[in-house]
Design a binder for this molecule. Sequence first.
Ligand code: HEC
Ligand code: HEC
Ligand code: HEC
Ligand code: HEC
Ligand code: HEC
Ligand code: HEC
Ligand code: HEC
Ligand code: HEC
Length: 503
Amino acid sequence: MGRKRHMKVFLSFVGVAILFGVFCGGIPAQKLDKGVGPYGEFWKPIPTQRYWAPDYFYSPPEEPKGVYTADECTLCHKALNPGLVKAWAESSHANLDKLLDYQKEKLAEIEKTLGRKLTKVGCIDCHGKVGAEKLDHEKELVMPNSALCGGCHKQEYEEFESEKQYGIPDWKPGRESHAKAYDANLDVDVWAAVDKNIVQGCDMCHNIQHKCDSCHTRHAFKASESRRPEACQTCHNGPDHPDIEYYRDSKHGSIYFTEGKDWDWKKPLKDANYIAPTCQSCHMYYKGQYSHNMVRKAIMGEGDVLFYDNVFKGIKPTDYLRNSKELMARREAWIEVCVKCHSPRFSRDYLDSMDNASDAVFQYVSDAYATIKSLYEEGILYPMPENRPKAPAPVAEKYPDLLGGFYGEFWAKSGNPSRIEKDFLYMWENDAFLVRKGLAHMNPNGFTYLSWSNLLKKYVDIQSEANTLRRLAALEKKAKLRPRTKTKSKQTPGAAGPQQNPP
Ligand code: HEC
Ligand code: HEC
Ligand code: HEC
Ligand code: HEC
Ligand code: HEC
Ligand code: HEC
Ligand code: HEC
Ligand code: HEC
């Protein structure tokens, strides 16, 4: 590239910098005017969702205009975002001549797929087309999705996509899995209904379906980073999936946190041989191999079947698990992980105790649900569904399965859901599952105080609220304040005014 051209690029950069202020916040309307997925008609994306789900919403900025070469990309962007360019410049992608031995074999494999030699993976390879020499910034710029990375990293991409064939049996096809995580979001009615400035948090975890920079952050894209438990923590934390917290405080975690700094993170997992397990060494392993499919051994999922669907069906966890050939095969695959460091009997006894504990939990969840359902049928839930604001569309109000339904996690208004239902929601969606999760991650406090005890607290609150509601209803009946005694099911929802329920 000649100096004149460099100068031109630099001047257009200055121009762009001025224009930048003008266009900052400008929204190219064409791609942001409607949502996608089964509830797409109910919501509109916000500008940041361009980055969370580029497959659906991305369009390039209006400035700068021009067709640039790879050298020009780095020239401008070095001035604009030095941090980003530094990360890329130090990465393997920019230094294919400095690869480790095992990576050289991977490079050769990739060159075979591409049918040519590769000297560098530059901005255009990822933000335009693999192998292209120039790029029209205003028209051709893309945010790379996993398929684009897969153009070179065929094996990792195929492993990742293969998750779609697994997931939890009896749950929705391919779920739960990273490869369907964004679909899971789009499928949630309350997600579609709620302010996207808030529920974009869901996208920031669930976009793992479309983006490979979740465990290998841009623009360093390091395998060594992704091998450490911290790579999972941004998403696997918090009240509904405290994986990193549970792991951190387990014996496995404490060994990692004290010794891990001396382990060689540059080695592929198969050669690493750590003395304590990590998220990756446990979840990516299957019958002698490590892969990007992390769900082949999954049994509980987020408890959607064990502690939700099966509560309605009255099937207890041990019966469900032990009657499933597929799930029992997954359990055997887990034992193969543990026996690298523990005896078979220790491993089996421990994991069996996790199943048995699930039965104890299940009993409380089932009892609590029966209590709420019966209050509903007696017509004394307060307020009754027909006497309170409806959840916004597309949340379908289908009682009784909506008593304590998931929508209450992210939406509430004037008594909908009532406290007793919210307690039940926390019980099945968080505590029940966390008892099992705590055992799964060998964290003694995780399954005693942190979850079992909380579960009982909600159970007690539900029973005592039920007693209060029943005593009030009896008094109201005696005082003739409450004409209605039987279930609302004969009533048209919404027909009864709030005045029918005394304050
Ligand atoms: C003349 C300077 C200039 C050159 C050359 C240039 N860019 Fe940019 N680029 C910019 C500016 C300025 C922005 C910020 C636009 C904004 O945020 O609205 C930008 C934004 C981007 C973005 C982020 C877009 C977004 O949606 O946030 C990417 C990716 C990008 N450029 C890639 C490239 C690639 C690849 C090349 C080479 C083909 C390149 N750029 C060449 C100036 C340049
Ligand atoms: C190996 C692939 C890869 C290469 C090479 C690459 N990028 Fe990116 N880049 C990504 C990914 C992945 C994202 C995030 C996409 C998303 O969020 O949807 C991204 C996002 C960006 C963004 C917008 C997000 C932000 O944080 O502001 C800019 C700007 C950008 N890249 C510039 C560049 C420039 C300039 C180069 C060359 C120096 C480059 N990229 C090289 C993969 C790459
Ligand atoms: C043009 C081909 C090409 C594209 C496109 C590409 N890569 Fe790479 N990448 C390579 C090559 C070659 C290597 C070195 C061989 C290896 O380690 O697999 C590499 C290495 C890596 C590494 C290991 C780096 C290290 O040293 O730890 C990661 C992680 C990675 N790429 C992720 C990605 C992601 C994510 C994307 C998409 C955003 C992507 N790559 C896009 C060719 C590519
Ligand atoms: C901090 C990251 C994070 C946030 C924020 C988040 N999730 Fe999740 N979500 C996860 C993880 C991790 C799992 C899997 C947990 C497990 O199985 O242990 C999950 C599981 C799920 C599942 C069950 C999976 C399935 O395939 O059916 C659904 C549905 C879901 N999330 C929807 C949402 C919605 C809707 C929001 C926002 C209102 C949200 N999530 C917010 C990380 C997150
Ligand atoms: C949930 C975390 C996670 C996600 C998401 C993820 N990776 Fe990885 N990736 C890893 C881990 C962990 C390793 C190390 C595996 C090993 O050592 O056997 C790895 C290794 C790699 C490597 C090998 C690099 C080397 O030189 O050793 C490549 C290439 C790669 N990933 C590409 C991708 C691509 C492409 C995607 C998207 C389809 C992706 N990754 C998504 C966790 C992840
Ligand atoms: C000692 C091995 C081990 C380690 C280390 C480990 N897990 Fe697990 N994990 C398990 C077992 C066993 C289960 C329960 C499988 C079942 O029966 O459902 C599980 C369950 C899960 C689940 C629910 C889905 C499923 O597979 O059933 C998620 C999500 C999860 N772990 C994430 C993590 C994360 C993130 C880390 C690191 C912070 C981690 N795990 C560390 C063994 C491990
Ligand atoms: C960017 C966020 C993100 C990161 C980083 C991430 N995950 Fe996940 N993970 C999710 C989401 C979201 C789900 C739920 C998928 C769904 O909705 O179906 C999930 C699901 C899982 C599941 C299956 C859960 C089930 O119930 O079957 C496992 C196992 C898992 N992740 C392990 C890991 C491990 C191990 C790492 C780190 C190497 C990791 N994840 C990194 C977001 C993430
Ligand atoms: C890479 C080796 C390794 C793997 C794999 C592994 N563990 Fe461990 N585990 C350890 C070490 C080391 C300890 C610490 C023992 C101690 O406290 O003296 C430990 C501790 C435990 C403890 C606490 C024991 C105690 O005495 O307090 C339990 C329970 C446990 N592991 C279960 C499992 C299960 C179940 C699996 C498989 C899902 C598994 N581990 C996989 C190495 C491993």
